[in-house]
Design a protein. Sequence first.
Length: 424
Amino acid sequence: MNRTLYSLFLYLLFPLVVMYLVFRAIKSPDYRRRWSERFGLATLQPTDVVVHSVSMGETLAAIPLIKKLMAQNPQMKFTVTTTSPTGSAEVIKAFGDKVQHCYLPIDFAYAVKRFLRQTQPKCLIIMETELWPNLIHFAKHDKISLVLANARLSQKSAAKYASKPRLSTPMLKQLDLILVQTQAESERFVRLGVESQQIHFCGSLKFDLTIDPQKQQLAVQTREQWLRSHHPVWVAGSVHPGEFNIILAAHKQVLVDFPEALLILAPRHPEQFNLAAITITQAGFKLARRSMHDEVTHDVQVLLGDTMGELLMLYGTADQAFVGGTLIEGGGHNPLEPAAMGLPVFVGPNHWNFAEITELLANAGGLQCVAGADDLAQVLIAKWNNNHAYQQASTAALSVVKQNRGALSKQFLLINSLIKASAL
Protein backbone atom coordinates (compact mmCIF):
# COMPACT_ATOMS: atom_id res chain seq x y z
CA MET A 1 0.00 0.00 0.00
CA ASN A 2 1.33 3.46 -0.93
CA ARG A 3 0.09 6.82 0.32
CA THR A 4 -2.42 7.27 -2.54
CA LEU A 5 -4.11 3.97 -1.79
CA TYR A 6 -3.94 4.73 1.92
CA SER A 7 -5.74 8.06 1.36
CA LEU A 8 -8.42 6.42 -0.78
CA PHE A 9 -8.91 3.69 1.80
CA LEU A 10 -9.21 6.31 4.54
CA TYR A 11 -11.97 8.15 2.64
CA LEU A 12 -13.83 4.85 2.24
CA LEU A 13 -13.64 4.45 6.00
CA PHE A 14 -15.18 7.88 6.62
CA PRO A 15 -18.59 6.47 7.78
CA LEU A 16 -16.82 4.14 10.21
CA VAL A 17 -14.75 7.03 11.57
CA VAL A 18 -17.96 8.96 12.26
CA MET A 19 -19.51 5.88 13.89
CA TYR A 20 -16.40 5.46 16.06
CA LEU A 21 -16.61 9.07 17.26
CA VAL A 22 -20.34 8.65 17.97
CA PHE A 23 -19.58 5.50 19.98
CA ARG A 24 -16.87 7.30 21.96
CA ALA A 25 -19.27 10.23 22.49
CA ILE A 26 -21.85 7.89 24.02
CA LYS A 27 -19.27 6.59 26.49
CA SER A 28 -17.54 9.92 27.14
CA PRO A 29 -19.32 13.30 26.89
CA ASP A 30 -16.02 15.03 26.06
CA TYR A 31 -16.03 13.30 22.66
CA ARG A 32 -19.30 15.05 21.74
CA ARG A 33 -17.59 18.42 21.42
CA ARG A 34 -15.29 20.10 18.90
CA TRP A 35 -15.93 17.74 15.97
CA SER A 36 -15.04 20.52 13.52
CA GLU A 37 -11.43 20.30 14.72
CA ARG A 38 -11.27 16.56 14.07
CA PHE A 39 -12.34 17.08 10.44
CA GLY A 40 -10.12 20.07 9.76
CA LEU A 41 -12.95 22.61 9.81
CA ALA A 42 -11.80 24.74 12.74
CA THR A 43 -10.69 28.34 12.27
CA LEU A 44 -7.05 28.67 13.34
CA GLN A 45 -4.40 31.36 13.44
CA PRO A 46 -0.91 31.20 11.88
CA THR A 47 1.78 29.87 14.21
CA ASP A 48 5.51 29.21 14.21
CA VAL A 49 5.64 25.81 15.87
CA VAL A 50 3.09 23.00 16.10
CA VAL A 51 3.57 20.34 18.78
CA HIS A 52 1.36 17.25 18.56
CA SER A 53 1.26 15.57 21.96
CA VAL A 54 -1.46 12.94 21.33
CA SER A 55 -2.99 11.98 24.72
CA MET A 56 -2.46 12.60 28.41
CA GLY A 57 0.75 10.60 28.90
CA GLU A 58 2.55 12.16 25.93
CA THR A 59 1.26 15.61 26.89
CA LEU A 60 2.57 15.39 30.45
CA ALA A 61 5.99 14.37 29.10
CA ALA A 62 5.93 17.13 26.48
CA ILE A 63 4.90 20.03 28.74
CA PRO A 64 8.39 20.74 30.20
CA LEU A 65 9.89 20.60 26.69
CA ILE A 66 7.26 22.96 25.27
CA LYS A 67 7.72 25.40 28.16
CA LYS A 68 11.49 25.40 27.63
CA LEU A 69 11.09 26.03 23.88
CA MET A 70 8.60 28.84 24.52
CA ALA A 71 10.90 30.48 27.05
CA GLN A 72 13.80 30.36 24.60
CA ASN A 73 11.69 31.67 21.72
CA PRO A 74 9.32 34.25 23.25
CA GLN A 75 8.73 35.90 19.88
CA MET A 76 7.27 32.71 18.42
CA LYS A 77 3.68 31.45 18.52
CA PHE A 78 3.01 27.84 19.49
CA THR A 79 0.10 25.53 18.69
CA VAL A 80 -0.33 22.35 20.72
CA THR A 81 -2.59 19.59 19.38
CA THR A 82 -3.88 16.38 20.93
CA THR A 83 -6.26 13.60 19.89
CA SER A 84 -7.94 12.86 23.23
CA PRO A 85 -10.00 14.95 25.68
CA THR A 86 -7.65 13.95 28.53
CA GLY A 87 -4.66 15.27 26.59
CA SER A 88 -6.60 18.41 25.73
CA ALA A 89 -7.40 19.02 29.40
CA GLU A 90 -3.70 18.80 30.31
CA VAL A 91 -2.77 21.33 27.59
CA ILE A 92 -5.39 23.80 28.81
CA LYS A 93 -4.33 23.27 32.43
CA ALA A 94 -0.63 23.81 31.65
CA PHE A 95 -0.84 26.70 29.16
CA GLY A 96 -4.28 28.31 29.21
CA ASP A 97 -4.35 30.85 26.40
CA LYS A 98 -0.56 31.05 26.06
CA VAL A 99 -0.76 28.57 23.18
CA GLN A 100 -3.29 27.90 20.43
CA HIS A 101 -4.84 24.52 21.09
CA CYS A 102 -7.04 22.16 19.07
CA TYR A 103 -7.43 18.51 18.19
CA LEU A 104 -5.21 17.37 15.34
CA PRO A 105 -7.51 16.57 12.41
CA ILE A 106 -7.92 12.99 11.30
CA ASP A 107 -5.45 12.16 8.51
CA PHE A 108 -7.81 12.89 5.60
CA ALA A 109 -5.83 14.73 2.92
CA TYR A 110 -8.27 17.68 2.75
CA ALA A 111 -8.30 18.08 6.56
CA VAL A 112 -4.54 17.97 6.95
CA LYS A 113 -3.94 20.41 4.08
CA ARG A 114 -6.44 22.89 5.53
CA PHE A 115 -4.89 22.58 9.00
CA LEU A 116 -1.39 23.27 7.65
CA ARG A 117 -2.63 26.07 5.37
CA GLN A 118 -4.16 27.86 8.36
CA THR A 119 -1.41 27.30 10.91
CA GLN A 120 1.55 27.74 8.50
CA PRO A 121 4.14 26.36 10.94
CA LYS A 122 7.85 26.39 10.26
CA CYS A 123 8.37 23.36 12.50
CA LEU A 124 6.15 20.41 13.41
CA ILE A 125 7.10 18.38 16.48
CA ILE A 126 5.36 15.01 16.92
CA MET A 127 5.61 13.22 20.24
CA GLU A 128 6.52 9.54 20.54
CA THR A 129 4.80 7.46 17.82
CA GLU A 130 1.94 9.46 16.35
CA LEU A 131 2.97 9.29 12.67
CA TRP A 132 0.36 9.91 9.98
CA PRO A 133 1.34 9.55 6.28
CA ASN A 134 -0.68 12.49 4.94
CA LEU A 135 0.34 14.82 7.75
CA ILE A 136 4.03 14.04 7.14
CA HIS A 137 3.70 14.23 3.35
CA PHE A 138 1.93 17.58 3.17
CA ALA A 139 4.08 19.11 5.90
CA LYS A 140 7.23 18.19 3.98
CA HIS A 141 5.61 19.48 0.77
CA ASP A 142 5.19 22.84 2.57
CA LYS A 143 8.86 22.75 3.62
CA ILE A 144 8.02 22.38 7.30
CA SER A 145 10.79 20.94 9.47
CA LEU A 146 9.68 17.64 11.00
CA VAL A 147 10.72 16.22 14.38
CA LEU A 148 9.70 12.97 16.02
CA ALA A 149 10.52 13.73 19.67
CA ASN A 150 10.80 11.27 22.54
CA ALA A 151 10.39 8.63 19.85
CA ARG A 152 9.60 5.08 20.80
CA LEU A 153 9.26 2.15 18.42
CA SER A 154 8.47 -1.25 19.88
CA GLN A 155 9.41 -4.42 18.05
CA LYS A 156 5.72 -5.01 17.39
CA SER A 157 5.26 -1.54 15.85
CA ALA A 158 8.46 -1.91 13.82
CA ALA A 159 7.11 -5.15 12.36
CA LYS A 160 3.89 -3.37 11.33
CA TYR A 161 5.88 -0.62 9.58
CA ALA A 162 8.08 -3.22 7.89
CA SER A 163 4.99 -4.99 6.51
CA LYS A 164 4.01 -1.80 4.60
CA PRO A 165 7.34 -0.45 3.27
CA ARG A 166 5.84 1.56 0.37
CA LEU A 167 3.78 3.55 2.89
CA SER A 168 6.06 3.70 5.93
CA THR A 169 9.57 4.07 4.48
CA PRO A 170 8.92 7.30 2.50
CA MET A 171 7.13 8.73 5.56
CA LEU A 172 9.98 7.93 7.96
CA LYS A 173 12.63 9.28 5.58
CA GLN A 174 10.87 12.66 5.46
CA LEU A 175 11.52 13.27 9.17
CA ASP A 176 14.38 15.69 9.79
CA LEU A 177 15.06 14.57 13.36
CA ILE A 178 14.15 11.38 15.21
CA LEU A 179 15.03 11.68 18.90
CA VAL A 180 14.82 8.14 20.23
CA GLN A 181 14.44 6.98 23.81
CA THR A 182 16.72 3.91 23.54
CA GLN A 183 19.49 2.52 21.35
CA ALA A 184 17.31 -0.46 20.46
CA GLU A 185 14.72 1.88 18.96
CA SER A 186 17.43 3.66 17.00
CA GLU A 187 18.43 0.35 15.43
CA ARG A 188 14.81 -0.45 14.55
CA PHE A 189 14.43 2.86 12.70
CA VAL A 190 17.64 2.16 10.76
CA ARG A 191 16.36 -1.29 9.75
CA LEU A 192 13.24 0.43 8.40
CA GLY A 193 15.38 2.49 6.02
CA VAL A 194 15.96 5.68 8.04
CA GLU A 195 19.38 7.31 7.60
CA SER A 196 21.43 7.15 10.79
CA GLN A 197 22.17 10.90 10.70
CA GLN A 198 18.45 11.57 11.19
CA ILE A 199 18.48 9.68 14.49
CA HIS A 200 19.74 10.87 17.88
CA PHE A 201 19.68 8.77 21.04
CA CYS A 202 18.51 11.11 23.83
CA GLY A 203 16.69 8.95 26.37
CA SER A 204 13.10 9.35 27.50
CA LEU A 205 11.58 12.65 28.62
CA LYS A 206 9.60 10.62 31.11
CA PHE A 207 12.77 10.09 33.18
CA ASP A 208 12.88 13.87 33.66
CA LEU A 209 9.68 13.70 35.66
CA THR A 210 9.77 16.33 38.40
CA ILE A 211 7.95 15.42 41.57
CA ASP A 212 6.35 18.49 43.10
CA PRO A 213 7.19 18.53 46.86
CA GLN A 214 3.69 19.89 47.51
CA LYS A 215 2.21 16.82 45.79
CA GLN A 216 4.36 14.57 47.94
CA GLN A 217 3.25 16.38 51.08
CA LEU A 218 -0.39 16.21 49.96
CA ALA A 219 0.01 12.47 49.43
CA VAL A 220 1.33 11.98 52.97
CA GLN A 221 -1.49 14.09 54.44
CA THR A 222 -4.10 12.25 52.38
CA ARG A 223 -2.90 8.87 53.61
CA GLU A 224 -3.03 10.12 57.19
CA GLN A 225 -6.63 11.26 56.62
CA TRP A 226 -7.46 7.74 55.49
CA LEU A 227 -5.97 6.38 58.77
CA ARG A 228 -3.72 4.14 56.67
CA SER A 229 -0.29 5.44 57.73
CA HIS A 230 0.55 2.05 59.25
CA HIS A 231 -1.53 -0.20 57.02
CA PRO A 232 -0.69 -1.45 53.49
CA VAL A 233 -1.82 0.66 50.53
CA TRP A 234 -1.27 -0.22 46.87
CA VAL A 235 -2.29 1.36 43.58
CA ALA A 236 -3.39 -0.31 40.36
CA GLY A 237 -2.89 2.58 37.93
CA SER A 238 -4.06 3.04 34.32
CA VAL A 239 -5.98 -0.23 34.39
CA HIS A 240 -8.43 -1.37 31.70
CA PRO A 241 -11.76 -3.24 31.94
CA GLY A 242 -10.14 -6.60 31.14
CA GLU A 243 -7.94 -6.16 34.20
CA PHE A 244 -10.47 -5.03 36.81
CA ASN A 245 -11.41 -8.52 37.98
CA ILE A 246 -7.78 -9.69 38.05
CA ILE A 247 -6.78 -6.76 40.25
CA LEU A 248 -9.74 -7.33 42.57
CA ALA A 249 -8.97 -11.05 42.82
CA ALA A 250 -5.40 -10.18 43.86
CA HIS A 251 -6.69 -7.73 46.47
CA LYS A 252 -9.01 -10.36 47.91
CA GLN A 253 -5.94 -12.50 48.61
CA VAL A 254 -4.04 -9.52 50.05
CA LEU A 255 -6.89 -8.89 52.51
CA VAL A 256 -6.47 -12.41 53.95
CA ASP A 257 -2.98 -11.45 55.19
CA PHE A 258 -3.64 -7.74 55.68
CA PRO A 259 -7.35 -7.18 56.51
CA GLU A 260 -7.00 -3.37 56.62
CA ALA A 261 -5.13 -3.06 53.31
CA LEU A 262 -6.43 -0.48 50.85
CA LEU A 263 -6.42 -0.82 47.07
CA ILE A 264 -6.61 2.34 44.95
CA LEU A 265 -7.93 1.32 41.55
CA ALA A 266 -7.43 4.02 38.89
CA PRO A 267 -8.92 3.23 35.45
CA ARG A 268 -7.10 4.56 32.39
CA HIS A 269 -10.08 6.30 30.78
CA PRO A 270 -12.93 8.36 32.32
CA GLU A 271 -15.61 6.42 30.46
CA GLN A 272 -14.52 3.34 32.44
CA PHE A 273 -15.11 4.88 35.87
CA ASN A 274 -18.71 3.74 36.34
CA LEU A 275 -17.98 0.24 35.02
CA ALA A 276 -15.14 -0.01 37.53
CA ALA A 277 -17.44 1.08 40.38
CA ILE A 278 -20.03 -1.54 39.41
CA THR A 279 -17.36 -4.25 39.13
CA ILE A 280 -15.94 -3.41 42.56
CA THR A 281 -19.32 -3.47 44.34
CA GLN A 282 -20.43 -6.64 42.56
CA ALA A 283 -17.24 -8.31 43.77
CA GLY A 284 -18.34 -7.56 47.32
CA PHE A 285 -15.84 -4.88 48.32
CA LYS A 286 -16.57 -1.84 50.45
CA LEU A 287 -16.07 1.03 47.96
CA ALA A 288 -15.28 4.73 48.22
CA ARG A 289 -15.17 7.00 45.16
CA ARG A 290 -12.59 9.75 44.97
CA SER A 291 -14.76 11.87 42.66
CA MET A 292 -17.59 11.91 45.19
CA HIS A 293 -15.31 12.81 48.10
CA ASP A 294 -16.40 9.66 49.94
CA GLU A 295 -14.78 9.29 53.33
CA VAL A 296 -12.14 6.56 53.34
CA THR A 297 -13.03 4.92 56.62
CA HIS A 298 -11.20 1.98 58.22
CA ASP A 299 -13.61 -0.50 56.58
CA VAL A 300 -13.16 0.80 53.00
CA GLN A 301 -11.30 -1.85 51.01
CA VAL A 302 -11.14 -0.20 47.56
CA LEU A 303 -10.84 3.48 46.70
CA LEU A 304 -11.81 4.19 43.09
CA GLY A 305 -9.48 6.83 41.63
CA ASP A 306 -12.13 8.22 39.30
CA THR A 307 -10.59 11.69 38.90
CA MET A 308 -8.20 13.06 36.29
CA GLY A 309 -4.72 14.42 36.98
CA GLU A 310 -4.36 12.81 40.42
CA LEU A 311 -2.64 9.53 39.63
CA LEU A 312 0.87 10.74 40.49
CA MET A 313 -0.36 12.01 43.88
CA LEU A 314 -2.20 8.73 44.48
CA TYR A 315 1.00 6.80 43.76
CA GLY A 316 2.53 8.94 46.50
CA THR A 317 -0.01 7.67 49.03
CA ALA A 318 0.92 4.04 48.39
CA ASP A 319 3.61 1.46 49.19
CA GLN A 320 3.52 -0.51 45.92
CA ALA A 321 2.05 -0.15 42.44
CA PHE A 322 0.78 -2.20 39.53
CA VAL A 323 0.75 -0.50 36.11
CA GLY A 324 -2.12 -1.47 33.82
CA GLY A 325 -2.57 -2.24 30.17
CA THR A 326 -0.17 -5.14 30.72
CA LEU A 327 -2.48 -8.00 31.68
CA ILE A 328 -4.41 -7.47 28.45
CA GLU A 329 -3.07 -7.04 24.90
CA GLY A 330 -2.63 -3.32 25.51
CA GLY A 331 1.11 -2.79 25.47
CA GLY A 332 1.17 -1.13 28.88
CA HIS A 333 1.56 2.34 30.33
CA ASN A 334 4.37 4.32 31.91
CA PRO A 335 5.99 2.58 34.93
CA LEU A 336 8.24 5.55 35.70
CA GLU A 337 5.67 7.58 37.66
CA PRO A 338 5.39 5.06 40.53
CA ALA A 339 9.14 4.38 40.27
CA ALA A 340 9.86 8.11 40.68
CA MET A 341 7.75 7.98 43.84
CA GLY A 342 10.00 5.19 45.16
CA LEU A 343 7.46 2.37 44.81
CA PRO A 344 8.27 -1.20 43.86
CA VAL A 345 6.47 -1.64 40.53
CA PHE A 346 4.64 -4.61 39.00
CA VAL A 347 3.46 -5.13 35.42
CA GLY A 348 1.89 -7.92 33.42
CA PRO A 349 3.56 -9.69 30.48
CA ASN A 350 2.20 -7.32 27.77
CA HIS A 351 4.43 -4.29 28.35
CA TRP A 352 5.93 -3.80 24.88
CA ASN A 353 5.13 -0.06 24.78
CA PHE A 354 7.73 0.44 27.51
CA ALA A 355 9.85 -2.67 26.98
CA GLU A 356 13.26 -1.04 27.43
CA ILE A 357 12.22 1.08 30.42
CA THR A 358 10.61 -1.99 32.00
CA GLU A 359 13.82 -3.97 31.42
CA LEU A 360 15.94 -1.23 33.04
CA LEU A 361 13.74 -1.21 36.14
CA ALA A 362 13.57 -5.01 36.29
CA ASN A 363 17.34 -5.47 35.94
CA ALA A 364 17.89 -3.00 38.78
CA GLY A 365 15.40 -4.83 41.00
CA GLY A 366 12.74 -2.12 41.07
CA LEU A 367 10.14 -3.94 38.95
CA GLN A 368 8.72 -7.44 38.65
CA CYS A 369 6.56 -8.99 35.94
CA VAL A 370 3.50 -10.95 37.11
CA ALA A 371 1.33 -13.41 35.23
CA GLY A 372 -2.01 -12.91 36.94
CA ALA A 373 -3.95 -12.41 40.17
CA ASP A 374 -2.23 -15.12 42.26
CA ASP A 375 1.22 -14.00 41.18
CA LEU A 376 0.44 -10.33 41.87
CA ALA A 377 -0.97 -11.07 45.32
CA GLN A 378 2.08 -13.15 46.27
CA VAL A 379 4.64 -10.48 45.32
CA LEU A 380 2.66 -7.74 47.07
CA ILE A 381 2.41 -9.78 50.27
CA ALA A 382 6.07 -10.79 50.08
CA LYS A 383 7.25 -7.17 49.91
CA TRP A 384 5.09 -6.15 52.88
CA ASN A 385 6.40 -9.12 54.87
CA ASN A 386 10.06 -8.40 54.08
CA ASN A 387 11.05 -4.81 54.79
CA HIS A 388 14.62 -5.32 53.54
CA ALA A 389 13.41 -6.60 50.15
CA TYR A 390 10.90 -3.75 50.00
CA GLN A 391 13.54 -1.09 50.67
CA GLN A 392 15.89 -2.62 48.09
CA ALA A 393 13.18 -2.51 45.41
CA SER A 394 12.18 1.04 46.36
CA THR A 395 15.78 2.30 46.21
CA ALA A 396 16.38 0.52 42.90
CA ALA A 397 13.31 2.10 41.29
CA LEU A 398 14.37 5.58 42.40
CA SER A 399 17.96 5.03 41.24
CA VAL A 400 16.92 4.07 37.72
CA VAL A 401 14.90 7.27 37.37
CA LYS A 402 17.72 9.46 38.72
CA GLN A 403 20.46 7.82 36.63
CA ASN A 404 18.59 8.25 33.35
CA ARG A 405 17.61 11.90 33.64
CA GLY A 406 18.87 14.37 31.03
CA ALA A 407 16.69 13.68 27.99
CA LEU A 408 14.96 17.04 28.32
CA SER A 409 18.12 19.09 27.83
CA LYS A 410 19.35 16.87 24.96
CA GLN A 411 16.07 17.00 23.05
CA PHE A 412 15.63 20.71 23.72
CA LEU A 413 19.04 21.60 22.25
CA LEU A 414 18.46 19.61 19.05
CA ILE A 415 14.89 20.84 18.51
CA ASN A 416 15.70 24.44 19.37
CA SER A 417 18.55 24.47 16.83
CA LEU A 418 16.19 23.17 14.15
CA ILE A 419 13.51 25.75 15.06
CA LYS A 420 16.01 28.60 14.77
CA ALA A 421 17.29 27.25 11.43
CA SER A 422 13.71 26.90 10.14
CA ALA A 423 12.96 30.52 11.05
CA LEU A 424 15.79 31.89 8.87
